[in-house]
Write a protein that binds this ligand. Structure first.
Ligand SMILES: Nc1ncnc2c1ncn2[C@@H]1O[C@H](COP(=O)(O)OP(=O)(O)OP(=O)(O)O)[C@@H](O)[C@H]1O
Length: 304
């Protein structure tokens, strides 16, 4: 489990993270979403003890990272896959990391197999594609078999096959009961990967919710088709629903659940041809939620 409590991080006059609190639970993928510069990397660095908070705290399994005795066994992270010594082989790179943490060679072979790099274990990392480097970074994060994993924008720059592999891998790690936090600036990506989502803007929490709830909360209306438009329209108005007639003579109903509309129609002897609850897409929900922080930033830029 990861806990971020009232975290604030300032760099000189710049407030990168502003009183941010959220919890990352085990057994599911939590997406950490925000526009570029929203403060995701800063938060992750704070969780990993790489950045000192200005105020507030971050805890991994109830303790600050810096007080964990053997962090590699508790938390693994992929922050910047490019930061690998290109002259070494994949095996040697992991072997060095393993040895300095008291981990045996057998585990190196295991993690290389798990990420699908066993076949190129003796090849120099310098010749690896970005996707292979990401896998190597993930293998390194897994060396200590940690229960908590964090990935900063892991699919950036990958091809569709690489993206799919990472997505499935994260889901598998969560299914094993691990705590998985993955950052992205793309809702479309998170919609396919995360069960739960933490959205931030300008360093502040915008919302923390499940994907299902997010879609539910941004429910728009129920589209109803009936040959008895006038009758149903007045019946709905009577019970306080808001109704408008669409261009193709369907009814757009808000303020009443589909089931209630169906019951009302039945009670009044109105025939229904279609009833479709319509939700905003997750992308639309995200845009709506982050509108203020994006607007603010646009103003900030134009003023600069
Ligand atoms: N070391 C630093 N010194 C000064 N400002 C910084 C530093 N690190 C981050 N910032 C600023 O803090 C803000 C948050 O940055 P951060 O990298 O955490 O955002 P992010 O959400 O990860 O964005 P991105 O997806 O672009 O990496 C940005 O405005 C950034 O310019």
């Amino acid at each position: 489990m990861i806990e971020v409590r009232e975290l604030t991080k300032r760099y000189g006059p710049k407030t990168a993270v502003d009183g941010l609190s959220f919890t990352v639970e085990p057994g599911r993928v939590t997406g950490f979403l925000g526009a570029n510069g929203a403060g995701k990397s800063t938060t992750m660095r704070a969780i990993l003890g790489l950045d000192r908070p200005t105020s507030g705290e971050t805890l991994v399994n109830g303790r600050p990272y810096t007080s964990i005795k053997d962090p590699m066994f508790e938390v693994g992270a992929l922050l910047d896959a490019g930061a690998v010594h290109g002259g070494r082989s994949a095996f040697n790179h992991l072997r060095c990391l393993a040895v300095s943490n008291g981990i045996g060679g057998k585990r190196v072979t295991e993690v290389l197999e798990r990420v699908g790099l066993a076949g190129v274990a003796r090849k120099r990392v310098g010749g690896f594609s970005l996707g292979m480097r990401q896998r190597l970074g993930i293998a390194a994060a897994l060396l200590g078999d940690p229960g908590v994993l964090m990935f900063d924008e892991p699919v950036n720059g990958l091809d569709p096959e690489g993206i799919r592999w990472i997505r499935e891998f994260m889901r598998a790690l969560a299914a094993e009961g691990r705590t998985v936090l993955v950052s992205s600036h793309l809702m479309s990506e998170m919609a396919l990967t995360a069960d739960h989502i933490v959205i931030i803007g300008r360093g502040k929490l915008i919302t923390e919710t499940s994907m299902a709830d997010l879609a539910q909360r941004h429910k728009r209306d129920v589209l109803v088709r009936t040959p008895q438009v006038a009758e149903l329209k007045s019946a709905l108005a009577e019970v306080g629903a808001t109704v408008s007639v669409t261009e193709d003579a369907a009814l757009s109903v808000t303020g009443l659940e589909a089931a209630k509309i169906g019951e009302l129609a039945f009670a009044r002897g109105v025939v229904l041809h279609e009833m479709t609850p319509r939700t905003a897409s997750l992308e639309e929900a995200y845009m709506e939620l982050t509108e203020d922080s994006v607007e603010y930033r646009a103003k900030e830029w134009s003023a600069a």
